[in-house]
Design a protein around this ligand. Structure first.
Ligand SMILES: Cc1cc2nc3c(=O)[nH]c(=O)nc-3n(C[C@H](O)[C@H](O)[C@H](O)COP(=O)(O)O)c2cc1C
Length: 181
């Protein structure tokens, strides 16, 4: 099991990272590995809306050759993709949106859609009560399916956990998620 993780929070030991770390524990216990990237540390430009990726008579990956392509090339060769983003003002934060907008170059109307065999785990953390953003994040998770990932788990984690109290239920669920990948 080879996994690639992308964290949209800039906080190096924030809620997203702690949950990803627990998933990693599960992956390692099963003999796999997980490589973690923070969007904040990468060189990624916003989608230019040029629609070059939609020109099927002249197929290409996204023409912006930056770390988005580097990551998605690694994802294509992996077994699982883990994406963790915090909620800022009701939505996935800006770094998360920057990354996800580039999925435009990988939908079914491009030559770049993934083959449906790579599992995806989506994590969304927030301060509101647990469950508050379930509908929102489940809708956003569909975008991951649209680029040919197989979303197997959506973890919607409120109350500023696990930092606030180190909630064991959440961490246990995260570890199980890693073990089941
Ligand atoms: C700029 C900013 C805006 C936020 N807006 C919201 C919000 O609208 N709703 C909410 O429930 N939590 C909000 N939060 C709280 C974060 O979503 C929450 O603490 C999250 O778990 C942080 O994840 P991290 O520790 O991985 O960065 C906000 C935090 C920041 C810094």
């Amino acid at each position: 099991m080879d996994a690639i993780s992308v964290i949209a929070s800039a906080r190096k030991n924030g809620n997203c990272k702690q949950i990803v770390d627990k998933i990693t524990e599960g992956i390692i216990e099963n003999g796999g590995k997980n490589t973690i990237y923070f969007i904040e540390d990468l060189n990624i430009k916003g989608c230019q809306g040029c629609r070059r990726c939609k020109d099927l008579s002249n197929p290409t990956k996204c023409v912006i050759n930056d770390d988005f392509l580097m990551i998605m090339d690694k994802v294509e060769k992996s077994d699982a993709f883990i994406f963790a983003a915090p909620n800022y003002f009701g939505e996935i934060n800006a770094q998360g949106h920057l990354f996800m907008d580039r999925f435009y170059s990988m939908t079914k109307t491009t030559p770049n859609q993934l083959n449906g065999k790579i599992k995806a785990v989506i994590i969304h953390t927030y301060g509101a009560k647990n469950g508050f953003y379930d509908d929102y994040i489940n809708k956003r998770a569909r975008l991951f399916n649209s680029i040919g990932l197989d979303v197997v788990e959506v973890l919607s984690v409120g109350n500023n956990e696990p930092s606030k109290s180190g909630d064991n239920k959440i961490l246990k669920k995260a570890k199980e998620t890693g073990l089941n990948l």
